[in-house]
Design a binder for this molecule. Structure first.
Ligand SMILES: C[S@@+](CC[C@H](N)C(=O)[O-])C[C@H]1O[C@@H](n2cnc3c(N)ncnc32)[C@H](O)[C@@H]1O
Length: 290
């Protein structure tokens, strides 16, 4: 980037959305599903432009055939094949944002549908599709109530979309199980639960444990009226496994990506410094039994 157009930092990105939303404070508080949905919709609508200014190149948003990057550690579906065979498969992507992953799936023979709660994030995907490449149907809805018939998809996926932001992630697991065909695979990436205990700081200050791992009280940002403008929900590794099993899915793998040698770029609290010491992402690979 030329010096007069410095790459926007994650802090600047958050400050821009917070200014738009009138965020005045941060707290830890219980937030139910409806308030979490409202906050996520507001936040991602306000943040869509800045998110793309900061991350679109890494995610391949403007590449004509999209890209499928699972996490800030840069794991690509084309190398890892976590979804297995995608040829001719109907795939639901949850929290698709501007849908680079869905567009990559379409370019590689699948029939994806992208779902997201934020109109502004979806609009960014429409703009990318208008510039060329495969077109993917996009649906605006929340992850806890999927507007699809039972057993309508062969596969489902989510790259940091929805799951960390919902109050009832077990309900998401149940919904995905419902819409998947028997034998269908559901793969989703989220913040690694152990990151919860550290401040969101990519530098040395982000190496000091400060928050109890066992405290599931959500992280909440609020506006002057006390309405949440951003909510993140924590689950321990055990919670995630229990929710998957309770929903009737089978857990096949949990991938904790190493920080790759080629990657010297930070993404918010993800950095080479921290990534060399402990994981930032967990990718759950699950299946609906036959
Ligand atoms: C970190 S972005 C990831 C977007 C995309 N997967 C990517 O890799 O760029 C999180 C996305 O989840 C969406 N989201 C948040 N809460 C959601 C919910 N309850 N249901 C569906 N999508 C949600 C946001 O609107 C946003 O587009």
């Amino acid at each position: 980037m030329p010096e007069d157009h410095p790459e926007p930092t994650e802090d600047a990105r958050h400050a821009a959305a917070n200014a738009l939303l009138g965020t005045t404070g941060v707290t830890r508080a219980k937030v139910d599903s409806a308030a979490s949905r409202r906050a996520s919709r507001r936040w991602w609508d306000a943040d869509a432009d800045a998110y793309h200014e900061t991350h679109a190149d890494f995610l391949g948003v403007d590449s004509p055939a999209g890209e499928f990057v699972w996490c800030p550690e840069g794991l690509h579906e084309g190398d890892w094949h976590l979804l297995g065979d995608i040829e001719d498969k109907r795939v639901l992507e949850i929290g698709c944002g501007s849908a680079p992953c869905s567009r990559w799936l379409a370019a590689h023979g699948a029939h994806p549908f992208g779902l997201d709660i934020s109109r502004a994030m979806l609009d960014r995907g429409v703009a990318a599709m208008n510039a060329g490449g495969p077109r993917v149907p996009l649906v605006q809805a929340g992850a806890e109530e999927l507007p699809f018939a039972d057993e309508s998809f062969d596969l489902a996926c989510s790259a940091f979309g929805g799951v960390p932001f919902v109050a009832d992630s077990e309900q998401v697991m149940r919904e995905v199980r419902r819409v998947l065909k028997p034998g269908g695979r559901w793969v989703f990436s989220v913040n690694h639960p152990m990151r919860w205990i550290f401040p969101d700081d990519p530098g040395p200050d982000g190496l000091r444990a400060a928050i109890p791992y066992f405290d599931r009280t959500p992280y909440v940002e609020l506006d002057a009226d006390g309405e949440p403008t951003y909510v993140e929900h924590h689950r321990t590794i055990g919670d995630r496994v229990r929710e998957i099993v309770a929903a009737g899915l089978v857990l096949k793998d949990i991938i904790e990506p190493d920080w790759p040698e080629w990657l010297d770029r930070e993404w918010g609290q993800w950095s080479p410094l921290r990534g060399e010491i402990f994981p930032g992402t967990a990718i759950f690979v699950t299946e609906k039994p036959n």
